[in-house]
Design a binder for this molecule. Structure first.
Ligand code: EPZ
Length: 418
């Protein structure tokens, strides 16, 4: 198995380009199920989760070509509607195929994703919404078995759910009549999906707000225009944290600074100034890194996907930081690994108390999920000595060329085989 060896306590400098957003690309790729033409998507990150999804769509009969971050999908040959366990278990976001497959083919079977390292992650809200639209849904042998003609409906999501919103938006696109969605996720990735569907001819209003109205086409497929995936705000935030944890000046390029407002605001509270330009952000070293209080929430609040990285950063702050994880009940798996590096962190339910300012020591640590892994890499960049981060297949799911990009910034990092 591969691992990363990182010699820490070195400063970083320079510029790094941010890739397309994995979590935007996933629903956009799935939306090709709704297309009558070939779909062209550029700026697709070359990461494991994207390859898994492409594999899933190929398995259903889609023709695909993926080269130099450009993906071409032709779903005219899609002739199977069973998303198999073997592929779905590798990536929960496969559940995104449920809404569009059902809307287009009137029946489908999608394996239930099961639990995962950050919590239970149920999909009850996806299913309830589809039932409200007239779907008949049963769980059989670990699969969601769905059929029926989808009709527009009024759906109020009990909780804000990102992939739940995306699934139902895609289902509503081909349903018969008007769907009104209330308490929809406003994440930039959801907004881009809506914009792309609108460009493809879908009548949809309220984009960017928490209420959407969608006039379904009653089965008629959409004519997609060219798509460019938005920059990855979580990858961007992770590199900002790499600059911050080594107290260095770095610039991230090809970003949408607005998408990073909550992250920049917390960095600012911690003492880091930044220069924001049209599509780049330069972070400057802090005179003193201050402790911070963070509550994770839905966009535009502070993202749960940046919680682990800020926990690593708060280890360098003077004073006690508090992190309250409100979205996922088990998203503190990085804590026990950070403790192995000398961190002082106490957990009480969903609240972590971090006493910063202690010296971090290099250690062997184990990645447990995607963002937890990046927090370990960050801590290793700041720790004295040589750390090894194991099980980095988690990182490869969502960070493109992580060690190459960190090397560009001057980090001493190498990928090795055990
Ligand atoms: C998306 O997951 C992201 N994944 C996650 O990113 C991200 O952490 C999460 O949104 C929150 O921002 C993708 O976009 C592919 P949710 P998702 O449904 O959609 C509860 C990463 O590291 N809920 O918005 O699965 C749920 O348990 C990943 O890139 C229900 O109760 O998350 C959670 O508490 C990890 N029932 C809350 O809602 C449901 O049916 C928000 O989850 C659905 C969700």
């Amino acid at each position: 198995m591969t691992y990363l060896e990182i010699e820490g306590a070195n400063q970083l400098s320079g510029k790094v380009e941010i890739s397309g957003a994995k979590n935007a690309a996933l629903p956009l790729i799935v939306s090709s199920i709704l297309a009558k033409n070939e779909v062209n998507i550029s700026n697709v990150p070359n990461v494991a989760d994207i390859k898994t999804l492409i594999h899933l769509l190929q398995n259903l009969g889609t023709k695909t070509e993926f080269k130099n971050h450009n993906l071409v999908l032709d779903t005219s040959s899609l002739n199977k509607t069973i998303a198999k366990y073997d592929i779905v278990r590798k990536m929960r976001a496969s559940i995104l195929t449920l809404g569009p497959l059902l809307a287009r083919f009137k029946n489908c079977e999608v394996s239930l994703p099961g639990g995962c390292a950050i919590g239970q992650r149920p999909i009850d809200l996806h299913l309830l919404a589809l039932e409200k639209m007239g779907a008949n849904i049963q769980i059989k042998q670990g699969y969601v078995v769905a059929n029926g003609n989808l009709k527009g409906a009024e759906i109020i999501f009990d909780k804000i759910t990102v992939t739940g919103s995306e699934n139902i938006i895609m289902a509503a696109a081909l349903a018969q009549g008007k769907t009104r969605l209330i308490n929809v996720a406003k994440e930039p990735e959801v907004v881009q999906l809506c914009e792309i569907l609108k460009e493809a001819g879908l009548e949809i209003s309220g984009i960017g707000s928490d209420e959407l109205e969608i006039y379904g086409t009653n089965g008629e497929l959409l004519e997609f225009k060219k798509i460019a995936v938005i920059p990855d705000r979580i990858e961007a935030g992770t590199y900002l944290c790499a600059g911050a944890i080594t107290n260095s000046q770095i610039t991230i390029e090809k970003v949408i600074p607005n998408h990073l407002n909550a992250v920049l605001s917390k960095l600012n509270q911690m003492g880091f100034e930044s220069l924001i330009q049209k599509d780049s952000i330069t972070l400057f070293p802090a005179k003193e890194i201050r402790a911070v209080e963070i509550i994770t929430s839905e966009y535009p609040g502070f993202p749960t996907d940046m919680q682990a990285q800020f926990m690593a950063l708060s280890l360098k702050a003077k004073g006690t930081s508090i992190i309250d994880e409100r979205l996922f009940e088990n998203r503190f798996m990085h804590v026990s690994e950070l403790l192995r590096m000398g961190a002082d962190i106490k957990l009480n339910g969903h609240i972590a108390t971090i006493v910063g300012g202690k010296e971090l020591n290099a250690a062997d640590v184990m990645a447990t999920d995607l963002r937890a892994s990046s927090a370990l890499v960050l801590a290793a960049l700041a720790a004295k000595g040589t750390s090894r981060v194991h099980r980095i297949y988690h990182l490869d799911r969502g960070y493109e060329n992580l060690e190459h990009k960190l090397k560009i910034l001057g980090a001493k990092i190498t990928r090795l085989e055990e």
